[in-house]
Write a protein that binds this ligand. Structure first.
Ligand code: SAH
Length: 222
């Protein structure tokens, strides 16, 4: 049994290293901390058991409730854009599987993450705890309102697409901080926006086109 576990861990480690080289490095991800985090986080332990063998494929995967875990490249790209470093306190909206939170937690000091589906939030919280992450807090609720008690944040990552950037999130961003967020209508091409707050002013630019699941609101959820 022990040997089987060691063999499997090795197998997934090698899939992870290949994923990092062929999907991330080859497409221009250069931040060493991000690459190291993605070599380390066991993505296969954060997706539903029956699809764990596809965990390192170059695509998003279903995680239940009609939601998806983002493609590894998108996770790396968004993480790199907030220029993560060990002093940071980061807010994520859309915990999903917990994978993005884990990648962040490998690099930054503290991660606060909000998930609107109770089932997903509880599962992610349990899985992240089992993996030993002590610097991630998961809250169940509508991320539109952010996490005022913990604000301000050095960076905010939103992993579901609203039609406009939620004002409370702009307010909860620290001066000098950055936000990465997909914006647009469901099923249409959405824009990945990088916002930066400087001297109290929030300025945005579009970095690429993306497709994310919609940003839900509490009353519209089911
Ligand atoms: N970051 C996730 C990706 C999950 S997909 C991961 O690494 O796996 C986006 C997630 O956002 C879904 O789980 C969805 O339920 C959640 N979501 C959508 N609208 C939300 C909202 N208003 N507040 C919090 N979470 C939301």
């Amino acid at each position: 049994m022990f040997l089987v576990t060691v063999f499997q861990a090795d197998h997934y480690k090698s899939l992870r290293n290949t994923m990092v080289e062929t999907q991330l490095v080859s497409r221009g991800i250069g931040d060493k901390a991000v690459l190291d985090a993605m070599r380390k986080v066991p993505r296969h332990l954060l997706v539903p058991e029956k699809i764990k063998d596809f965990a390192y494929d170059d695509r998003p995967l279903p995680i239940g409730e009609g939601q998806t875990i983002s493609q590894p490249y998108i996770v790396a790209f968004m993480t790199e854009l907030i220029k993560p470093h060990p002093e940071m306190k980061v807010l994520e909206i859309g915990t999903g599987s917990g994978y993005q939170a884990a990648v962040l937690a490998e690099i930054v000091r503290e991660v606060f993450t909000i998930e609107i589906f109770e089932g997903l939030g509880k599962r992610a919280s349990r899985d992240l705890q089992n993996l030993g992450y002590q610097n991630i807090q998961v809250r169940i609720g509508d991320g539109y309102k952010g996490w005022p008690e913990e604000a301000p944040f050095d960076a905010i990552i939103v992993t579901a697409a609203p039609s406009e950037i939620p004002q409370p999130l702009i307010e909860q961003l620290k001066d000098g901080g950055s936000m990465i967020i997909p914006v647009g209508q469901e099923g249409k091409i959405q824009q990945l926006i990088l916002g930066e707050k400087k001297n109290g002013k929030f300025k945005t630019r579009t970095v690429s086109n993306v497709q994310f699941v919609p940003f839900l609101r509490e009353q519209k959820k089911s």
